[in-house]
Write a protein that binds this ligand. Structure first.
Ligand SMILES: NCc1[nH]cc(CCC(=O)O)c1CC(=O)O
Length: 303
C-alpha cells in the first residue's frame, strides 16, 4: 500500500533537522519515496516571543499549541517534538507514538575549556533555571545572564560578546553540524528528556499510529517516559530546576535525578533502579525528593 504523511514541525533549523531525521527513518522503514513525505513548518508562540526568558513568559504549550492545532484538525498527520520542550500533560486526543533513538544527552560548555577555566565572575548566558542552578552550585561567583533564541542565534550572541560562555545541549549542536563546538559537561545531569525526539499522532488515527510505532526506539521511550513521570510527580514547570536521566540496563531502568535551588546552594539528589514497566517508582522518587528539600526549594514545585 502507498503511504503518505505530513510532518508538522517548528521551523527552527534544529526542529527541521529533527523532522528530516523522522522522514528518513520512515522512508527507510516503510520503503517510501521522498514524494510521500511532506514537512510542514509551523510557527509557534515560542518562536515569536523571542527576547524574554521563556520561564518569564510562562503559559503552557509555547512550542506545541500550534502544532497540536494542525495535528488535531488533520492539516498534519504527525508532530515532531524535542521531547524536552513538550509539557508533561498532553491533550487526551494526542499520543506520543514513538521516539527516535536518543542522541547525546549532555550539555556542552562553549566559551571555555572547562568550568574551572572560566575567569572569576565570568558571565554565562543561559535562560534555563536548571543550567543556572547547576552552574552556580559549582561556581557561585559566575554571573548568569539571560540569552535566548535558537542554537545558531545563541552562538552568534556569544560571538558578539553578550556572554563569556554558554551551555547548549550536545544533541542540538550535533544535529546542526557543530559536533566539535564546546566541551561536554558529563557531570551535569541533563534536563528530563534532553536529546530525545518524539513523534505525536492523533490517538484516533490507527493507520498513522502503527506506521509510526514501527520506528519507535523502545529504550529511549522507556527512559524518557520515566524522566517525564518524575517531572509529573514533582509538578515541574519551566521555572523549576530539575535534572533527570534514565538509562535502560537489562530490563531495569536506572534513574538519577536532582532538584536544585536557583542559587545552587541546595541540591537534593536521588538514584534508583526499578523494573522498566514500573511507572509508580518515579512518582515515589519525586515525593522523596520533595520530602528532603527545604521549604523554600519545595515551594518551587506544584507537586
Ligand atoms: N529548549 C530549547 C531546546 N530544545 C531542545 C534542544 C536541544 C536538543 C535536545 O535537547 O533534544 C534545545 C536547545 C538546547 O537546550 O541547547
Amino acid at each position: 500500500m502507498m503511504g503518505s504523511i505530513r510532518i508538522g514541525t517548528r521551523g527552527s533549523p534544529l526542529a527541521l533537522a529533527q523532522a528530516r531525521m523522522v522522514a528518513t527513518a520512515l522512508r527507510d522503514t516503510h520503503d517510501w519515496g521522498p514524494e510521500q513525505i511532506e514537512i510542514v513548518p509551523i510557527t509557534t508562540t515560542g518562536d515569536i516571543v523571542r527576547d524574554r526568558p521563556l520561564a518569564e513568559i510562562g503559559g503552557k504549550g509555547l512550542w506545541t499549541k500550534e502544532l497540536d492545532a494542525c495535528l488535531g484538525d488533520g492539516r498534519t498527520d504527525i508532530s515532531v517534538h524535542s521531547m524536552k520542550d513538550v509539557e508533561t500533560f498532553r491533550p487526551e486526543s494526542l499520543q506520543i507514538a514513538a521516539m527516535l533513538p536518543r542522541a547525546s544527552v549532555c550539555d556542552r560548555l562553549i566559551g571555555a575549556e572547562s568550568l574551572e577555566a572560566l575567569p572569576q565572575g565570568a558571565r554565562v548566558g543561559t535562560s534555563s533555571p536548571r543550567r543556572a542552578a547547576q552552574l552556580l552550585a559549582r561556581r557561585p561567583d559566575l554571573v548568569i545572564v539571560p540569552i535566548r533564541g535558537n542554537v545558531e542565534t545563541r552562538l552568534r550572541k556569544l560571538g558578539k560578546g553578550e556572554a563569556d560562555a554558554t551551555l547548549l545541549a550536545s544533541a542540538g549542536l550535533e544535529r546542526l553540524n557543530h559536533p566539535d563546538t564546546g566541551v561536554v559537561l558529563d557531570d551535569f545531569l541533563p534536563a528530563p528528556a534532553q536529546g530525545a525526539v518524539g513523534i505525536e499522532v492523533r490517538a484516533s488515527d490507527r493507520r498513522t499510529r502503527s506506521l509510526i510505532a514501527a520506528i519507535d526506539d523502545r529504550a529511549t521511550h522507556l527512559c524518557v517516559g520515566a524522566e517525564r513521570r518524575l517531572l509529573e510527580g514533582l509538578g515541574g514547570t519551566c521555572r523549576s530546576p530539575i535534572a533527570a536521566l534514565a538509562r535502560l540496563d537489562g530490563g531495569e531502568i536506572h534513574l538519577r535525578a536532582e532538584i536544585i535551588s536557583p542559587d545552587g546552594s541546595e541540591i537534593v539528589r536521588c538514584e534508583e533502579r526499578f523494573a522498566a514497566e514500573d511507572t509508580e517508582t518515579p512518582l515515589a522518587l519525586a515525593r522523596a525528593l520533595l520530602a528532603r528539600a527545604s521549604p523554600s526549594l519545595r515551594a518551587l514545585f506544584a507537586g
